[in-house]
Design a protein around this ligand. Structure first.
Ligand SMILES: Nc1ncnc2c1ncn2[C@@H]1O[C@H](COP(=O)(O)OP(=O)(O)OP(=O)(O)O)[C@@H](O)[C@H]1O
Ligand SMILES: [Mg+2]
Length: 267
């Protein structure tokens, strides 16, 4: 019988360019099943990193995109109506805990704190998940691990993890990589040559200096990959950058001018 988590196995090696010692640190953390928190701005490689690590550790990966309407039942499971009456259905967290997957809770601060606390008994030495409505206590499979992503700076006082949640995790910082590495990533992912990729990275670096001076966030690696992909398809670089870099990130006319100027400096 095929295992329910087999569908979550990553069969093809994801491309991940290590930036520092994050791969080794994650492997060590996994070996002691330490819950991990990946911190960093949008589009800097957190999701790609988890996919790569799940592949490397040969574990299924169950990803949950968290949002504020999410309830504990969405994670843990619920009774559903069936022909026989009602039938319990495990939620993604219960499936991962039962069958030994890595459970990745993306954007975990988006979830309400009363939802987030359901991970507490799984993230201390108990490693259990109570399915209260079902009256079952799931002992986590030895392979189970929980990973969360967290964008520092996006939190408000109302929306942050409780200390009692934070202190259950090890943390890895992700930032945009240094010029040469980011160039390599953009070239690989989009198919443009190294020279073009390097120009895109230089534009991003300019934008990142504008963070806090009219821009909430600089251009991410993801956006550079988009721009590169358009260029690789034959779109003129100026148009590609306008569509993929400048227009999405700001509506402010002065800021658009500043970014357009950065684009024309390099292309
Ligand atoms: N170190 C890296 N190695 C390979 N690809 C990378 C790396 N960093 C970024 N990328 C590229 O950037 C894209 C965006 O990265 P990813 O989706 O992992 O971002 P994220 O940090 O999860 O963002 P978000 O917080 O918005 O979910 C990836 O699809 C990949 O193309
Ligand atoms: Mg992500």
């Amino acid at each position: 019988m095929s295992n329910i988590v087999d569908q979550y196995r990553i069969t093809k090696e994801p491309y991940y360019r290590a930036v520092g010692d994050e791969v080794e640190l994650y492997e060590a953390a996994y070996s002691v099943r330490m819950p991990m928190m990946l911190k960093g701005p949008t589009g800097c490689g957190k999701t790609r990193f988890v996919e790569y690590m799940a592949y490397k550790l040969n574990k299924p990966l169950i990803t949950v995109a968290c949002n504020e309407d999410m309830t504990a039942s969405d994670l843990v499971g619920r009774f559903l109506l069936s022909a026989q009456g009602t039938e319990w259905q495990d939620g993604p967290l219960a499936i991962a805990a039962r069958h030994g997957a890595i459970c990745y809770l993306d954007e975990v601060v988006e979830a309400r704190q009363d939802t987030t606390v359901v991970i507490h008994p799984l993230t201390d030495n108990r490693r259990v998940l109570p399915l209260e409505k079902k009256g079952e206590l799931v002992n986590a499979h030895p392979d189970f691990q929980i990973v969360i992503s967290y964008n520092p700076g996006y939190q408000s006082l109302m929306k942050d993890l409780k200390q009692s949640t934070k202190q259950r995790f090890g943390g890895l910082d992700f930032t945009y990589p240094e010029h040469a590495i980011e160039t390599e990533i953009v070239a690989h992912e989009s198919g443009v040559d190294a020279d073009t990729a390097g120009k895109l990275v230089s534009i991003a670096e300019r934008s990142r200096n504008l963070k806090g001076h009219g821009l909430d966030e600089g251009l991410s690696t993801r956006m550079l990959v988009y721009a590169g992909s358009l260029i690789a398809k034959g779109v003129a670089p100026l148009a590609a950058c306008r569509v993929a870099l400048v227009r999405p990130i700001t509506d402010d006319p002065d800021m658009r001018d500043a970014l357009d100027a950065a684009v024309t400096t390099f292309f």
